[in-house]
Design a protein around this ligand. Structure first.
Ligand code: AHR
Length: 492
């Protein structure tokens, strides 16, 4: 008999609204993310919208992708926006060239990326280079993108390049991993540079934006995983510049130097352990933000996260840097992580899974005319109705009052409840019951289950539907089963 887990849905206890941007994405000029990933070129025989793979656009629309971060990552820290506009595009040494010897053709630049966002219906999040350029350079990029039609020389250049109307760029990261690839800075040095950039950027456009419904937001570079000295140093320095910082970008990868699809039960547990740490990292960063009185203004932006198995285990067999396959283990980590974000929606403003295609914790694997979704994609699909919903508190218990090995979040939108559950055990099925506190309990619900008969299975070009969800009706007035190593959503 499987152990019973009671999931209490505490309807009166609202945690806040789940910002849609928590379900965001990341597209860096690295490996196969852009070229042969999302971008196939305007003249390609592969169905495309303005050069971008139609299949990926349609599927990102289906999961209501709210925001896409671009152009990096570390790549952002050597990016010159002028290389990506106009007819003549220079070829440059890509930041990642030291790994894969690839150069950057700049076929995808500002206009193309904005076409992609428009086709998907996502907002753009630009990462501004702050270690190898100047504030004036970024000011000019803003001028080029956002000045009203015909108003400045750069606005006229934008018009000449095919876009008379301004682009709207609501989110700006100032630097990326500036403790590492972005200049190898210390916290004080970074924060002083941030002040310089953010001040210049603020006086360029933000004043006008502030009056709008969605004000422009500036984000400071956060720490790597557990390096809270960085958070403390940066926040200490920036605490008296409240207007200039709206977000603090933290990165956390579950790194494992093993194969993504050949693991033992022990390695499964280690991965779950690593992924669970996301909650501690959020809370510890948040405590520092609160300690400096910045919690009203600066929320957390988890703009890189996912499981990372360095080594090139995807279909490109190493040709695409950091391309990797994913199994149900990665899907369960995705579900656990998104539950943590939902449960901390008062602290987390945005999150961007790394990366959209052919790199790290991807939703798509694509090459030439082939394109498949990974199990990670299906979790985003099952969770999409959390976007913009009110998260409510949940509590999980069992007969023995032991710590639970299920992860849960729940939210309510337009009178509908969505409960998402991940079974973190790779050995045990559990019985679950839903206990509604503060409202009448329903009977009929739609359930969707993502599980796998073999935990090591991946979706491949040859077998694209090896790990896909199935939907069914469930009577939630009774107990029902969540199989080991699976993700379940229940809507009623
Ligand atoms: O996502 C790949 C790389 O990981 C990013 O460029 C960098 O920010 C991080 O170290």
């Amino acid at each position: 008999m499987s152990e019973l887990k009671k999931i209490y849905l505490m309807y009166p206890k609202k945690k806040g609204t789940v910002a849609p941007e928590i379900y965001g994405h990341f597209a860096e000029h690295i490996g196969g993310v852009i070229y042969d990933g999302i971008w196939v070129g305007k003249d390609s025989d592969i169905p495309n919208i303005k050069g971008f793979r139609k299949e990926i656009i349609d599927k990102l629309k289906n999961i209501k992708a709210p925001v896409i971060r671009w152009p990096g990552g570390c790549y952002a820290e050597i990016y010159d926006w002028r290389d990506g506009i106009g007819e003549e595009r220079p070829t440059r040494i890509n930041f990642w060239n030291f790994y894969d010897e690839k150069n950057e053709p700049n076929e995808v630049g500002t206009h193309e990326f904005m076409d992609f966002c428009e086709a998907v219906g996502a907002k753009p999040y630009f990462a501004a280079n702050m270690s190898t350029t100047t504030p004036l350079h970024i000011r000019n990029w803003m001028d080029y993108c956002m000045s009203p039609k015909g108003s400045t020389t750069l606005a006229k250049e934008r018009e000449k390049n095919g876009h008379p109307e301004p682009f709207d760029i609501p989110f700006w990261g100032i630097g990326n991993e500036n403790w590492g690839c972005g200049g190898n800075m210390n916290p004080d040095y970074y924060a002083n540079e941030y002040r310089k950039y953010a001040t210049t950027m603020h006086y360029t456009f933000r004043n006008k934006h502030l009056a709008k419904e969605n004000p422009m937001e500036f984000y400071a570079c956060g720490e790597d995983a557990f390096d809270f000295n960085w958070t403390d140093g940066v926040m200490r320095n920036l605490k008296d510049s409240l207007k200039l910082v709206n977000g603090f970008c933290m990165h956390y990868y579950c790194n494992i130097f093993e194969s993504p699809y050949d693991y033992t039960d022990k390695q499964w547990d280690e991965m779950m352990e690593k992924a669970s740490k996301m909650e501690d990292i959020i809370k510890r960063n948040w405590n520092i933000i609160c300690a400096y009185g910045m919690e009203e203004q600066a929320k957390l932006i988890v703009d890189e996260w996912g499981c990372w198995y360095p080594g090139g285990y995807g279909p490109s067999k190493g040709a695409n840097l950091f391309e990797q396959q994913s199994t149900i283990r990665d899907a369960v980590v995705t579900a656990l992580t998104l539950n943590i974000f939902n449960n901390n929606c008062d602290k987390v403003r945005m999150a961007n899974v790394a990366q959209v295609a052919n790199c790290i914790h991807s939703l798509f694997l694509a090459s030439e005319d082939k394109c498949i979704t990974t199990p990670i994609y299906h979790v985003f699909d099952m969770y999409k109705e959390h976007q913009g919903a009110d998260a409510i508190e949940t509590f999980v218990t069992d007969n023995t009052e032991r710590a639970s090995s299920v992860s849960v979040s729940a939210s309510v939108k337009n009178g509908k409840t969505l409960v998402t559950v991940a079974n973190l055990s790779c050995k045990e099925d559990f019985e679950i019951s839903l206990e509604a506190i503060g409202t009448e309990k329903e009977q009929n619900a739609k359930a969707t289950l993502l599980s796998s008969d073999n935990l090591l299975k991946c979706n491949t070009f040859e077998e694209p539907d090896a790990v896909v969800p199935r939907s069914f009706e469930v009577d939630i007035s009774k107990h029902f089963t969540i199989p080991k190593a699976s993700v379940l959503s229940v809507e009623f």
